[in-house]
Design a protein around this ligand. Sequence first.
Ligand code: PEP
Ligand code: MN
Length: 337
Amino acid sequence: MLIVMDRLATPAQIESVLDRIRSLGLDPHPNPGAQRTAIGITGNTGAIDAPVLEELPGVLEIIRVSHPYKLVSREVQPENSIVPVGGVCFGGEKVIVVAGPCAIESLDQARTIAEAVKKAGAHVYRGGAYKPRTSPYAFQGLGEAGLEIMAKVREEFEIPIMTEVLDTETLPLVEQYSDCLQIGARNMQNFSLLKKAGKANKPVLLKRGMSATIEELLLSAEYLLSGGNRNVILCERGVRTFADHTRNTLDLSAVVAIHRLSHLPVMVDPSHGTGKRHKVIPLARAAVAVGADSIMVEVHHKPEAALSDGPQAILPDQFAELMEQLGRLAPVVGRTI
Ligand code: PEP
Ligand code: MN
């Protein structure tokens, strides 16, 4: 349920509505908009006594939210959310480009790639310190040493960083180092991780599970917002289908679908979405054309020697070419890079 306050409602009236909601054993989530405040209500197991709330001073109307998710929905917040990551804003006019290797392998590797992507215009640097690998024998990441390298890169190249958090045990450590907590496709429905990230003081990048519907993705994001963390970016990274010309099938229509339903910024990851270097640049362009708020691309200077996801990494020169192309494409769809 959503309570829409009158445009002229006073702060005291808003406060007393919040108190009333709490007195009913429910959780109010006030959302001050440009025109008026909307208050989302969660914590109810059954129907809420709407008439009681409707009569409170300053209340304009009560809207029953038609989706199972609430706080992530456009019904609760019609305006786009702007999510700041280390000073870079996701969800505004500017399309945010996140680039870097799949995994942090060494300081030298991380620096070489960071220097190249920063020079070409990347806004945020990515790299995994804790890697979710299908095989237990594959490179699992450098762990805390990888986080330290990321922090050095941030300092040297003055670029915010994002890295994946694999589990609840390492979340405090990743939170300490990273500007944004990435929750990967395999963990999209790790509910204990979502609950903990909902209490974290850093923004979260939530990637769509490889067989998740949009509703499931939005409900996972709802865990984060209902826990108190409003700074959430969603990411389409491809879903598993029968197609075998590509690692995953990049569902670009998800961008449009999510924008219609939710106010959260949407990123597209054409690297994991395709798994093939030659497909990354065309689909990155398509992502911007379809309205993505951000793209994430994996870049490696020696992909043949990369410890993970080499076949989908583009080369630094290709990344520079992509940035140049996006600079020309973005204005066509009313965006900047
Ligand atoms: C990644 O971004 O490095 C990653 C593992 O992505 P995903 O969770 O989408 O597979
Ligand atoms: Mn990867």
